[in-house]
Design a protein. Structure first.
Length: 155
């Protein structure tokens, strides 16, 4: 038997000390929460992706009475980005969540389906930096793979 340890490097910032290079992307993710359709959960999630060409693409969760027919903010953003800018790498994604009249205190991270979908693009184009916003802390991770170390992929 062999034991292995899996770790992920996470940088944690207070929102007021977040490096300038992340601020506009976090602001776009926060603004995207207003475009969520979340009548059932009341949990509004926004995602913003910075493309290698400098464009920013946003998405928001879209719920449906048939729950499996909805989609998360992260997948709505990455699928839109891939369809509008084919072949252009995604370099960063920021994610924020708003509920009960305020942003979450602690950062939220993507669900497993979103992690897997984003990892597909990371496998094609290289690391996608992850910025997870919370009112009390912002986490920055170097890649999607750091969120899904034992992933279903060929690499």
């Amino acid at each position: 038997m062999k034991e292995r340890t899996i770790t992920a490097m996470i940088q944690e910032y207070r929102p007021d000390e977040l490096p300038e290079r992340y601020v506009d992307l976090v602001d776009a993710a926060k603004a995207s929460t207003a475009r969520a359709h979340a009548p059932y959960s009341k949990f509004h999630v926004g995602a913003a992706i910075r493309m290698d060409n400098g464009e920013t693409v946003c998405g928001a969760n879209q719920e449906n009475a048939a729950f499996s027919s909805g989609t998360c903010a992260e997948r709505s953003a990455c699928f839109y980005a891939a369809s509008q800018y084919p072949g252009v790498p995604m370099r960063q994604i920021a994610i924020a969540a708003w509920t009960g009249g305020a942003f979450q205190k602690k950062p939220i991270s993507p669900c497993g389906s979103c992690r897997q979908a984003l990892l597909e693009y990371e496998a094609m184009y290289g690391p996608i930096e992850v910025i997870l916003y919370g009112d009390d802390a912002v986490y920055v991770l170097p890649s999607i793979r750091s969120l899904l170390p034992l992933s279903f992929t060929e690499f």
